[in-house]
Design a protein around this ligand. Structure first.
Ligand code: DGY
Length: 321
């Protein structure tokens, strides 16, 4: 590269990623890791050839319209791109990339953690140990549900869904799935395909959401669909909060229709859903699906690979717009 392109990096990235960035680019880092407002983001983007953002920056239609003409590529540090109005980017001719593959294992780990935590009431137990309220033991104390041998329904058998299925087989779970397209027999590994979400819901003792958020999947888990799950089912979400009607989930958790739920993602982030947080039959994490050191390095390097490809005249591997 003759003159180094300028890259605006919106959040603090792992050291190894920032070091590699500094070698090849003029970088505008965010050492305080503050969340930029849309106006600040647009202001800081002036003079930049690329932005390396996270899902915390919302590129709405209005924001994309106001981005400077010089900007050529937005290389996301995320697999999800629901924070980006891709159509608006296409119209502006700005390339958008994401970071698939590298976070599938990490996210599947969290899905299994949520499954166990929700089924075995880990949140309630942990709270009790911390506030000193554990004062008895009896055969009826803190009785939860087993996950071993249960039917796991996966909506979205993409990269993450496949790893969730693989890990769940370790618990002898029977794997069922719904996906836009049926997988090959080799990829199915014995998983049972359902050609409708309704068909899958009816047999899911535990339901795991693993599909991306998009206009088509918004509110996918509605009150009507929750009602189709078996009584006492467990709902796990490591994908995006927008997939779930959270008030319907609250009602179902209150009535006992849904035994418990393990959630890493919410409609409102950061913060989550205060009503859900008051329910004891939930096991809740703050959107940490990809939060381990190995994965965060790999996400950064993948975003850099996309930038390097673009600035060397090649097609970025993970182009989504
Ligand atoms: C992703 O990569 O989409 C994760 O949710 C973190 O942003």
């Amino acid at each position: 590269m003759a003159t180094k392109p300028t890259v605006l990096v919106t959040r603090t990235l792992p050291n190894a990623v920032e070091d590699r960035l500094a070698k090849d680019y003029n970088v505008r880092l965010n050492p305080d890791d503050t969340l930029y407002s849309p106006d600040e983001l647009i202001e800081l983007a002036h003079g930049a050839d690329a932005i390396l953002p996270c899902h915390t920056e919302h590129f709405t239609h209005d924001v994309v319209q106001r981005l400077p003409d010089r900007l050529k590529i937005v290389a996301n540090f995320s697999v999800g791109v629901d924070h980006c109005d891709l159509e608006a980017f296409r119209k502006r001719g700005i390339i958008v990339t994401n970071t698939p593959d590298v976070l599938s294992d990490a996210t599947a780990e969290i899905a299994i953690l949520l499954m166990l935590g929700a089924a075995r009431r880990a949140g309630e137990g942990e709270q009790m140990m911390r506030d000193g309220s554990w004062c008895d033991w009896s055969p009826s104390f803190m009785v939860g549900n087993a996950i071993t041998g249960k039917r796991l329904g996966i909506i979205g058998m993409g990269r993450v869904g496949l790893v969730v299925a693989k890990r769940a087989r370790g618990f002898e779970m029977e794997i069922h799935y719904f996906n836009r397209n049926r997988l090959s027999e080799t990829n199915e590994q014995g998983a049972i395909y359902h050609d409708s979400i309704e068909g899958l819901l009816a047999i899911s003792d535990i339901l795991s959401l693993n599909c991306p958020a998009s206009p088509e999947t918004a509110n996918l888990l509605s009150a009507e669909r929750i009602a189709q799950l078996p009584d006492g089912a467990i709902i796990i979400n490591t994908a995006r909060g927008a997939l779930v009607d959270e008030s319907a989930l609250v009602d179902a958790l209150r009535s006992g229709k849904i035994a418990s739920s393990g959630l890493d993602v919410y409609r409102t982030e950061p913060g989550g859903n205060r009503e859900i947080a008051t329910l004891p039959n939930t096991f809740l994490l703050p959107h940490i699906g990809s939060a381990n050191m190995e994965t965060r390095d790999a996400m950064g390097f993948r975003a850099l690979d996309n930038l390097d490809a673009y600035f060397s005249g090649r097609e970025p591997k993970d182009r989504v717009a």
